[in-house]
Design a protein around this ligand. Structure first.
Ligand code: GAL
Length: 354
């Protein structure tokens, strides 16, 4: 009897403490703490891995992989007006919204959203994948609102290029075109949009200008005019492109799956290249492992030219939903020098001094 009472008491205590915990951590935050659990305004851990941020009408929208159910990735969206406190707007594109030919076998990685001011549409691109990572296609979906829902349009491999693929290529690139895996989108000052993605079985990065609707490659496709192979045979992925002045920058990681490695940044005068690699922008402890994370995006800080928030993922392969966010300040100094220092915690006031 005694032990039943003790057990009941323990269960009650757990429930009580469990219920208290989110409320404690939920308190509005005004700083970034890289690597810590980051809760949304309802007290749940933010699920926006491999993501990116757009700003519309003074509101930031953060899109990314919702890994609450490990291999059934959905795309979640969060909104914020200060970049510290995020409200979950919901799942804006669910796996169930994929067409029936791919729905059951596929999962979504590294979703990115851009706004098309010509069509008024929010355009979502994703890396659509299946077990074994040989499906390697781009998926595109559209919405009239930033917080979705997005409607699936089509999936494809944007570029057909003969890179000397073998007949027994498990990625079937001769037949379907170069693989489309880690990806990002970039809208230039002239309104032209580009997809950056790891292709040719991750050997070579591609930059592809999109059509006016941002729903596919610009046609007709002409190599080095509308698309280009960049960082050729360098085996880079996790592209995070950005621009400062008239120069283009591209942070990438090496290809070691969920395991972290050293970042590199490249610089170019023209978005289709040539791109010149400049080395690792990270400084401080574990800089050689990108602070145990992998790039996903570089967000321009409003009103601070040449200042960005570097966004990366510290993947937890055994429990992807518990992967952490590494947000750090990124500055561009003389001679295109990009620096990302490690900071245990920081806020946007950093950019008043650096
Ligand atoms: C990484 C990639 C991630 C995910 C992972 C799977 O290289 O950046 O997005 O695809 O591999 O192992």
């Amino acid at each position: 009897m005694k032990w039943i009472i003790s057990l009941a008491f323990a269960v009650l205590m757990c429930k009580f403490l469990g219920a208290q915990e989110p409320a404690k951590q939920e308190a509005k935050t005004n700083r970034f703490v890289p690597g810590e659990v980051w809760l949304d305004t309802s007290g749940k851990s933010i699920q926006a891995h491999g993501g990116s941020i757009i700003v519309r009408d003074k509101t930031y929208y953060w899109y990314g992989e919702d890994r609450a159910i490990r291999n059934q990735t959905n795309v979640s969206c969060y909104s914020s007006t200060d970049l510290y406190t995020w409200k979950h707007e919901g799942v804006v594109f669910a796996r169930e919204a994929l067409p029936t030919d791919v729905r059951d076998r596929s999962f979504i990685e590294r979703p990115k959203v851009i706004f098309n001011s010509r069509t008024g549409k929010y355009v979502l691109w994703m890396h659509l994948e299946q077990q074994g990572y040989h499906f390697a296609r781009a998926g595109v979906a559209l919405s009239d609102r930033p917080a979705g829902p997005f409607t699936f349009l089509h999936h494809m491999r944007p570029v057909q290029f003969d890179a000397g693929y073998p007949d027994n290529d498990p990625d079937r690139q001769k037949e379907f075109g170069g693989t489309y895996r880690d990806m990002n989108l970039f809208v230039d000052d002239d309104g032209k949009a580009y997809a950056f993605y790891a292709s040719e079985g991750n050997w070579t990065m591609y930059v592809v200008r999109l059509n006016d609707e941002y729903t596919g490659p610009e046609m007709p496709m002409v190599q080095d005019k509308t698309w280009a192979r960049v960082l050729v045979r360098r085996m880079r992925e996790a592209p995070a492109p950005f621009k400062y002045g008239s120069r283009y920058y591209l942070i990438t990681s090496g290809c070691t799956g969920w395991t972290p490695n050293a970042a590199d940044y490249a610089v170019a005068d023209k978005i289709l290249g040539p791109w010149e690699s400049k080395g690792n922008p990270c400084t401080g402890p574990e800089a050689e492992l990108t602070f145990r994370s992998q790039s996903t995006c570089a967000l321009p800080v409003p009103g601070k030219p040449g200042r960005f928030i570097f966004m990366a993922d510290r993947w937890m392969p055994r429990r992807l939903s518990d992967s952490r966010y590494i947000w750090l300040p990124l500055t561009i100094g003389p001679n295109d020098a990009v620096t990302i220092p490690w900071l245990d915690q920081w806020d946007l006031g950093y950019f008043d001094k650096h």
